[in-house]
Ligand binder design. Structure first.
Ligand code: TYM
Length: 337
């Protein structure tokens, strides 16, 4: 059977605030791709509970993520936006993949090691099999492309391995091998306080990240206080090596302004951070300000957001169920009479 050639599936966890990394590494690229692909964007609440019991208000966070996507330009009449737990096929296929993926594969996942921390024994088993659920998210739609930030690369490779092993083991070509799409200067946005660490929802210091709902003043203040080094900005990309904070700010500038890193370097070459930071703050405020206002308008009507998400779940279910049935049949489960 032919696979869809232009179908995207990607996801975001409803944990904490959406931040600039989520926007530049994922959402902004999704908006740019939605005219050329059939898109499914999933709010992955089942993934969020892998860090049980630090859950917060998952239902409200899910609405915030939906509002963030829509405010950024995802068109719900064109793309399907839905909540993972509303479409049971994800969890059902994930169970199958728990039996396909090898423990050795999961043991190599660096994100598990990072998230589980020193005490691996205390991590939930869900955190260990997290990438299997991710593979299910993607493969239950036979997605051809998966646009994400750089941090998801290893998980996306695993999804391909799972698809391949399932096909080989069952002798049926059920799943495509989805292509990761990790492109542009915003795929690895780093902390504003440490250019070697990823900007993240889970960092305890709010000064490390720009949240999509931060006010203009807060954004400007965070950028003003971002860590830098004493040197002037360089004249070439190579000279950014070993200068993680400078590299990060230049990449953010390029991603926010849709310009190449080379172009931005040319503009600021030889100048200090005193020249770059105010311009970056202005740029960030001009991009994020309108998104934040639109988000708060959308969040003022939670019932409407819930309606949109229910509609998305209905569409997603209609695509996912036949693929799950095909996978069950390939395994050889008894057909339901
Ligand atoms: P999550 O919720 O951590 O992040 C959502 C998206 O934002 C990207 N991202 C970043 N990009 C650049 N710089 C950063 N600092 C940064 N932080 C986050 C992520 O790469 C991601 O694209 N496991 C996934 C969610 C997921 C998923 C999926 C993704 C579940 N199922 C299926 C794709 C396909 C996650 O935790 O993303």
């Amino acid at each position: 059977m032919a696979f869809p050639q232009n179908r995207i599936l990607s996801g975001i966890q409803p944990t904490g605030n959406l931040h600039l990394g989520n926007y530049l590494g994922a959402i902004k690229n999704w908006v740019a791709m939605q005219n050329d692909y059939e898109c499914l964007f999933c709010i992955v609440d089942l993934h969020a509970i892998t860090v049980w019991p630090d859950l917060g208000d998952i239902a409200q966070s899910s609405r915030e993520v939906a509002a963030g996507m829509i405010a950024s330009g995802i068109d719900v009449n064109q793309s399907t936006v839905f909540i993972q737990s509303h479409v049971p096929a994800h969890a059902q296929l994930a169970w199958v993949f728990n039996c396909v993926a090898r423990l050795g594969w999961l043991n190599r996942m660096t994100q598990f090691k990072d998230k589980a921390g020193k005490n691996k024994e205390k991590a939930s088993s869900g955190l260990m099999v997290y990438p299997n659920l991710m593979a299910a998210d993607i493969l239950t739609y036979k997605a051809s492309h998966v646009p994400t930030g750089e941090d998801q690369k290893q998980h996306l490779e695993l999804a391909r391995d799972i698809a391949q092993k399932f096909n080989v083991d069952t002798g049926k070509d059920v799943f495509p091998l989805p292509e990761p799409v990790i492109q542009g200067p915003g795929t690895r946005v780093m902390s504003l306080r440490d250019g070697q660490r990823k900007m993240s929802k889970s960092d305890i210091s709010d000064m490390t990240r720009i949240n999509m709902t931060d006010s203009s003043d807060v954004i400007a203040d965070k950028i003003r206080r971002a860590k830098t080094d004493p040197d002037a900005l360089p004249g070439s990309k190579d000279d950014l090596a070993g200068r993680p904070e400078a590299n990060n700010l230049i990449n953010i500038y390029a991603a926010l302004s849709d310009r190449s890193v080379e172009d931005v370097i040319m503009e600021f070459s030889g100048q200090g951070f005193g020249a770059l930071k105010p311009k970056l703050a202005e740029l960030a405020v001009s991009v994020l300000g309108p998104i934040a206002s639109r988000m708060s308008e959308l969040l003022a009507d939670p019932a409407e957001l819930d309606r949109l998400l229910a509609r998305g779940a209905e569409k997603a279910t209609s695509l996912a169920e036949p693929v799950l049935a095909e996978a069950y049949e390939a395994i050889g489960f008894s057909p339901r009479a």
